[in-house]
Design a protein around this ligand. Structure first.
Ligand SMILES: Cc1ncc(COP(=O)(O)O)c(C=O)c1O
Length: 417
């Protein structure tokens, strides 16, 4: 079934009237009404400190645990304590890097893809101070894909960790992380996946991907500024404690959540599952189990994304001076609808800011994937123009973007003719 856009619109208050076109979703998505309601509800009914014996404290703790269970189901973790929550992916990966760093020795190697957002690069690069070597895994020239064979060629008995994105926040390319995980594991290394640019678009299955560590941020997945890091229970127990010295090593995820995790935002995140299940149930043939509904909802999302992505890519391909960075196919197996491009001899900022007055929010820059943008020689041109869509965007919105973009970028072709 195609997506029920009336239902979708009813769940995102910011879409009311479609007065603004939100196309910076890879920066941050709109928030579900259900998320905001749960945050409010928690704050107004359950705002007590957890861990005490009195009933209100126990009830509040149970609410938090139920939210942790919901996140575990969303990502298909084996158990809720494999879910570490924190303020951001950047902060969670720093904590993970500190913990893993304590287990590494000088000469150990970490392979990091060139396509990373700095969150999954800089945290590891800091370990160079203790003699760990960073080996950069370059993207393929032209396609900008991460090639598994290149990864295999970089692996050695010294390799301890591979770091890569599940989807690029610049190109939108979906990476075959299971294949990457198999290569890493064949060398006895672990793999740490940044799924921030993937999570809003496709169903996550940490078991199927066989990732050892997997992180993303809820503010890109229709939720609040909050994030999750997954790790296998046994691995988390074995890693050094990052909390107070008296926190037992078996207390996962608490040993990786120094201070209080944000209760109300964690609680709010459970509404993301509710939304996806409800979306699937708009179809009379919706499956019964929550997991199957999540899969069905992401199927609808992928189809809607492919339609709007194709419309924009088809247009951009007609403009002679435009270079699309990454996949030119809209195939939902190949990419998510995060599209970056540059226009010959043009500053990306100049193109983007001309959209502002039309109430269209797109964005330019390096999007903190600075190493990639530098390798493409695009820093001087203010990086790329990025149009990042999600399922609540429509063909009509893409057409309006094209209408306003066309005089600016197609005129470029005329100037250079
Ligand atoms: C691919 C990717 N990874 C990581 C991050 C960092 O996420 P956070 O802001 O939660 O640290 C971002 C943020 O834009 C991102 O796009």
């Amino acid at each position: 079934m195609t997506i029920d856009m009336d239902f979708v619109e009813s769940q995102f208050p910011a879409l009311a009237g479609r007065r603004y076109i939100y196309l910076d979703n890879a920066g941050g998505s709109l928030v579900l009404r259900g998320v905001a309601d749960r945050v409010r509800d928690y704050l107004l009914t359950s705002s007590v400190q957890h861990g005490a014996t009195y009933s209100k404290s126990r009830e509040a703790g149970e609410k938090l645990y139920a939210a942790q269970e919901a996140v575990a189901r969303l990502i298909n973790a084996r158990r809720p304590d494999e879910v570490i929550m924190g303020p951001s992916t950047t902060a969670l990966l720093r904590i993970l890097a500190t913990a893993l760093g304590e287990t590494m020795a000088p000469g150990d190697e970490i392979i990091v893809s060139q396509a990373e957002h700095e969150a999954n690069y800089g945290a590891w690069e800091r370990l160079e101070r203790k003699g760990v070597k960073i080996v950069e895994w370059p993207v393929e020239p032209g396609t900008l894909r991460l090639n598994p064979q290149t990864l295999a060629g970089l692996m050695s008995p010294r390799s301890k960790l591979v770091c890569c994105t599940h989807a690029s926040n610049i190109m939108g390319t979906i990476n075959p992380v299971r294949e990457f995980a198999d290569i890493a594991h064949a060398y006895g290394a672990k793999i740490c996946v940044d799924a921030v640019a993937y999570a809003p678009h496709r169903l996550i299955d940490v078991q199927a991907s066989d990732a050892d560590y997997y992180a993303f941020s809820f503010y890109k997945v229709y939720g609040p500024h909050h994030a999750v890091l997954y790790g296998r229970y046994d691995d988390l127990v074995a890693l050094p404690n990052q909390n107070h010295f008296f926190i037992e090593p078996t207390r996962v995820p608490y040993k990786f959540q120094p201070g209080n995790v944000n209760y109300e935002l964690s609680y709010g995140c459970a509404a993301i599952n509710d939304y996806l299940v409800e979306l699937a149930r708009r179809d009379v043939k919706a499956p019964a189990s929550e997991r199957d509904c999540l899969a069905a909802a992401f199927g609808m999302i992928a189809r809607q994304e492919e339609r709007i992505c194709k419309r924009l890519l088809d247009y951009l391909e007609t403009v002679p001076d435009v270079t699309i960075h990454g996949e030119t196919s809209a195939n939902a197996h190949v990419r998510v609808p995060t599209i970056s491009f540059t226009v010959k001899d043009r500053d990306s900022a100049d193109i983007v800011t001309q959209m502002d007055r039309h109430n269209i929010g797109i964005r330019y820059g390096d999007f903190y994937a600075r190493r990639l943008i530098d390798s493409l020689g695009l820093r001087q041109r203010n990086g790329v123009v990025r149009v990042s869509m999600v399922h609540y965007n429509t063909l009509a919105e893409v057409d309006r973007l094209i209408d306003h973009l066309d005089p600016i970028i197609a005129r470029n072709a005329a100037i250079h003719a």
